[in-house]
Ligand binder design. Structure first.
Ligand SMILES: [Zn+2]
Ligand SMILES: [Zn+2]
Length: 145
């Protein structure tokens, strides 16, 4: 299923505005959209959504996927990775799961986060699955084979 073009509302919105991610069908529609108030508004909404996602994110989630062995830098997900997380319906559903949130909070609150994470992954199948999917979402190319 392709979303309808957000500009003419008729054809399939096969492309996305790089600024605001509004779907559009053709160059013609994009030209009338580009630089318009609608684009600015949609971009604002997108930014707010991203900020909300970022604010709601625990340090654990921000640290996941940065890879082991790296120095302190890279301990935050990039905006691109955040986009992928926000767009992942599966992750969003999981993050609403109270039990899963509890485990995440527990790990976050722990003094030794890495060890707590290991323990949680080892003792909780659902959480380990969540961590696996999260890592794949953030880093599709680097997913373990
Ligand atoms: Zn159109
Ligand atoms: Zn736009």
């Amino acid at each position: 299923m392709v979303a309808k073009c957000g500009i003419c509302n008729e054809a399939d919105g096969r492309y996305k505005c790089p600024q605001c991610r509004t779907a559009y069908c053709s160059v013609t529609c994009f030209k009338s959209h580009k630089g318009s108030a609608a684009c600015a508004e949609a971009r604002e909404a997108l930014l707010r959504q991203r900020e909300a996602a970022e604010a709601g994110q625990s340090p654990l989630l921000q640290g996941l996927g940065s890879g082991d062995g790296k120095e302190d830098e890279g301990y935050r997900v990039t905006p691109d990775q955040l986009d992928r997380m926000v767009e992942s319906k599966r992750l969003q559903e999981w993050l609403r799961d109270p039990m899963l949130r509890e485990v995440i909070e527990l790990v976050d609150a722990s003094g030794d986060r890495e060890r707590a994470l290991d323990t949680a992954v080892g003792s909780n199948e659902q959480f380990s699955e969540f961590v696996r999917v999260l890592a794949e979402t953030i880093n599709p190319e680097g997913a373990p084979t």
